[in-house]
Structure formats: structure tokens, C-alpha cells
Design a protein around this ligand. Sequence first.
Ligand code: PDD
Length: 291
Amino acid sequence: MSPANIACFNGALMPLEEISISPLDRGFVFGDGVYEVIPVYNGVMLRAREHFERLQRSMDEIRLANPYSVDEWIALAGRLLAHHPGNQSVYLQVTRGVPPKRDHVMPKGLKPTVFMMCQPLPSPSREQVDNGVACITANDFRWEKCNIKSISLLGNVIARQMAADADATECVMFRDGFLTEASASNVFAVKGSTVLAPPMDNLILLGITYQLLLDLARDGDVKLEVRKVSEAEVRAADELWLTSSTKEVLAITTLDGKPVGSGKPGPLFRRMHALYQDYKARIGRAAEVAA
Ligand code: PDD
């Protein structure tokens, strides 16, 4: 028998198979909940505090009371990670809980449902890093509150499936002629020696990896402009990148079948990728020093 996959349900650790959730849960019936995905290197969460602060902002947006403080969340995730050594992604979601009946109005006094699990986190493959990935584009047909990390992901799921159908890694989206993000990643463009990043507004999820990349770029004296990026600028970009907790930073080398820039990952990508790998290695080493 394989060892139990330990997960966390409403604060208690238990085998994943033993967790059961009511069909009346508002997460199941309405997609009424929020989530986080946190990458873990050698047992240490990358920017844990920032992830749990974003969770708080998502919960504030949907008027859901947070059952735990940031420190309590970090401690709870730490207890789960003790069962999952190495590189992992922590997935957690909080829903509004189980009401007595189905009604759109948010019921008062419900106990939120909290679920957390781990999955092994493979690094992007050598081939993806060396050659980049293919992406398609679409009109951003999602809602106007993309800053909330909502478990209602149908728009993102449809966009991601459109990419999968085209054998592409991601679907890059435009709203009113400007770049927003991709179905499960943020997107950066490079023009000459300047990195262009779409503004952190309600039309994108403010990625923790996006923020980390901005920090690394500033520390590395890379020229940066955070501003609206037009579709024309994206299509004429010298480089395009995807960032997310699971993809790290990857170069987009074809967009809708056409090469991006030289068609190879560019020099600024290689620089940012190296800075990201250094950052990851520092996290892993911190774990060894603490042990
Ligand atoms: N997705 N934009 C969207 C729509 C996302 O779903 C994600 C992450 C990001 C990047 O955010 P971060 O850098 O904090 O991972 C941007 C996660 C990984 C997911 O849903 O699996």
C-alpha cells in the first residue's frame, strides 16, 4: 500500500481520501471561495507571507472572514509540509462554508471550509527553458475582478483549454487592445533593453512571481516600465515571458505560430531566469542552515 497522502481539512491533518465535503458547500454550488498556490523549495515556502497577504486581500474582496492570521496560516502549512519533503506546491482554498439551503445571498455566521494539500513541484524542463514555449492569444472574456484569486476559474479553464487544443502552453489575453495576462500566468514584454509589465490593477492577478521578478529586475538594474502594454507592442516585442509559481519564468518563443523576436529565448530572459534560479537556491540553502 502506498503511504497516505496527508492533506489538511479545517485545521486537522488527515489522509486525502478521508476528507469529505458537503454538496451544499458554497464552493461546490457557487464557486464561492478563494485559493492560493505556493511553491516550496527544499521544504521552504517562497514568499509565504506575500501569498497569505494576497489570500487576505482576496477574502476581503469577497467579504469572507479569514479563520487564521498570516502566522497561523504559515504554521498550518508548515505542519502539512512536514509530511511532504522536497519541492512541492501547496494548494489551499477557503470557501464560504455549508449553508442549510441554496441561496445566492451570502449567509451570515457560516464556518468557512478550509482545504490544503501538497503536490510535487517539478521544475520547468530543460527543453522549455532552452527553447521557450508556444502561446496563442485570445480576447480576455473574463470578468472585471481578475485581481481576486477566485476558485471560479471557468474563464481561465476555457482559455487554457484553447491553448491545450493548439498544443500551446498558455493563452495570452488582450482586453480593449491591451495585454492583461495569460490563463494561469502573468506576461511580460521586452522592447529593446526595457521590460514592460502590465499595471497591477483589477484586470490581472497580481502574481507573487510577477512581483518577485520586478524586485529582481530593480536589484539587477534592468530597465523597467510598469504601464499598459498594447497588443501591437506585444506582437512586435523582442521577448515575451510567462511567470507563475509553477512555471517560474519561461520565454514565449512563438505567439499564434509566429516567432517572437529571434524565435529563441532572449538575453534579458536568460538574465532574469538566472536571477530567479539564484533566488530559489538561496531559499533551499536557508533550509539547510536552519536544519
Ligand atoms: N496560477 N495570473 C493567473 C490568472 C494565475 O492563475 C496565476 C497563477 C498567475 C501567477 O501568479 P503567481 O505568480 O502568484 O503564481 C497569474 C496558479 C499557479 C494556479 O492557478 O495554478
